[in-house]
Design a protein around this ligand. Sequence first.
Ligand SMILES: C[S@@+](CC[C@H](N)C(=O)[O-])C[C@H]1O[C@@H](n2cnc3c(N)ncnc32)[C@H](O)[C@@H]1O
Length: 240
Amino acid sequence: MSESEPVAAPTGGGNSRPVFSSPTGVHQRLDTVLQRHRERLWQAPLHGPSEQAFAQLEQWRSQQGCTQALVLDSGCGTGLSTQRLAARHPDALIIGIDQSAARLRRVGAHEQPRASGRVLWVRAELATIWRHARAADWPLQHHYLLYPNPWPKPAHLQRRWHAHPVFGTLLALGGRLELRSNWQIYVLEFARALERLGQAPEPMQTLLPAGQPLTPFEEKYAASGHDLWRLRCQLQSSGP
Ligand SMILES: C[S@@+](CC[C@H](N)C(=O)[O-])C[C@H]1O[C@@H](n2cnc3c(N)ncnc32)[C@H](O)[C@@H]1O
């Protein structure tokens, strides 16, 4: 959980700069990286504290009834979107996960998970949680990746989720995946990675600024006049 944050937390107002990037299109090494990840099993060590967090998650899930459908808000930041998603998915358990104690503190979840009815917020590192969730065969109904850190520098390609070695596991979790970003290239790359791995993403959409923003970053970007992009895909579960 030591990765530096390339995106400032939203503070309100409309003065956010668009993602600065020198590239103008899909990273030219994306396909090579995807192929390499397909050929090699990723065996990086799991993050210890996140393993404990997963055990707490499983305990909560068994109290709620393990068979209930799950909605995952991966990288939930302050947790506001997790609350809003609960209203959107009235029959599911909703789990918000973020590595930032400072952001989660806003919903009262810091070192400890915080539960409120069908909603649970947990501080953890996502790659470890996704690997455990896959092994536990979580019944994922929806998976939201809302404004992930873009890592726009070309050298940081593999920090973008679609070029990260955990991407195959993320897809294997299944469910309906929704990505939102204010950086179009991130979404284009994500769509390409989905296709390369045998998935069938829906056409990328622009998000209109009408209606209540789903997340604080969305609110900030919309107020700053950024274009916002959405990609959805019903995942065909397979892989690791
Ligand atoms: C740009 S913020 C977006 C937050 C929120 N989704 C929103 O739209 O307001 C990205 C979030 O992802 C979290 N994050 C990035 N990498 C992570 C990781 N490996 N594990 C857990 N959280 C991570 C960061 O802590 C941060 O809160």
